[in-house]
Write a new protein. Structure first.
Length: 295
């Protein structure tokens, strides 16, 4: 974190040059000196090659945002348009109906291109351009050098189409299909500007507008749909939980009337009593009944 702050406080530390570009600039300078020895005005023609080589070699340190499911700008440039279109077949997107963000980059833009999302590289196609087309004046021109890359993250895909002039090695990709990539990390080089079309799902909320200036690897263009958004209410139903049946509690204590009935059971019912004819028997039974009652 402190290293990133130091780089921001010292802008010259954020700028770098590719060794290939430096070697090309030195070669152009040597040619310029030789031409200048023949005729001095020719020196400036060769010096223009030095400037172009250095511009093509320029890159900059970037600090990607710490944002889950974020979509960042793959390159420096200006947003030309935001439209809903059919994605090109070269990207092999599962959902062909997408939102296209078209970005135009000037030749003076830094040459690095950055991964728009965290995930993996699903597919990659490169088409070499024609030397007769040095500049990419329009995105749909024939003869441009083009690269098609598809990135995938948790079932969601983002496609990137790069285009630049066909003269020279204008697009150089450092990633391959199947590679795991992180948000805002460089995955290749596109020299001397060009075009960049970013194809995102239509459900992605746009945070940019035409005319906005983007910083590659840092500017957030939108956010993919998080997995928690779709699973948030999956477990919620309208059915109320069934109430547990109320158990009847049987009282251990029996009512007093029951106990009285048990006590009364010791006495014979009138139906069970037969009246003897002998008075002595009647007197004995009365005594027995009185004795039980006293107990």
């Amino acid at each position: 974190m402190s290293e990133d702050l130091d780089r921001r406080n010292t802008p010259w530390m954020t700028i770098g040059l590719d060794w290939e570009g430096v070697a090309a600039a030195l070669g152009a300078l040597l040619v310029a000196l030789l031409l200048g020895a023949l005729w001095s005005p020719l020196f400036w023609i060769g010096f223009a090659g030095v400037v172009l080589a250095l511009m093509a070699a320029r890159w900059s340190h970037r600090t990607p945002p710490d944002l889950a499911n974020g979509v960042v700008a793959p390159c420096d440039g200006v947003v030309v348009s935001v439209d809903r279109v059919e994605a090109p077949s070269e990207l092999r997107l599962t959902d062909s109906s997408t939102t296209r963000i078209r970005i135009a980059s000037a030749p003076s833009s830094t040459n690095k291109v950055y991964t728009p999302i965290s995930g993996s590289v699903e597919s990659m196609i490169y088409e070499a351009g024609e030397n007769s087309v040095p500049l990419a004046t329009r995105a749909e021109d024939d003869g441009l050098a083009r690269a098609y890359l598809t990135f995938e993250s948790r079932g969601q895909q983002v496609g990137v189409r790069l285009a630049s002039g066909g003269l020279g090695p204008r697009i150089d990709l450092a990633a391959e299909a199947g590679d795991i990539v992180r948000l805002g990390r460089p995955f290749g080089t596109r020299r001397l500007g060009g075009w960049c079309d970013v194809y995102v799902p239509t459900a992605v909320g746009m945070l940019i507008w035409p005319g906005q200036t983007l910083v590659g690897g840092e500017t957030v263009m939108g956010r993919l749909k998080a997995q928690a958004d779709s699973d948030l209410f999956d477990g919620v139903t309208d059915e109320e939980p069934e109430a547990e049946p109320v158990r009847e509690i049987e009282s251990e204590a029996e009512p007093e009337s029951a106990s009285e009935e048990e006590e009364d059971d010791d006495y014979p019912s009138p139906e069970d009593i037969s009246t003897p004819e002998d008075p002595a028997v009647i007197l004995a039974r009365l005594r027995e009944t009185s004795r039980r009652h006293d107990e």
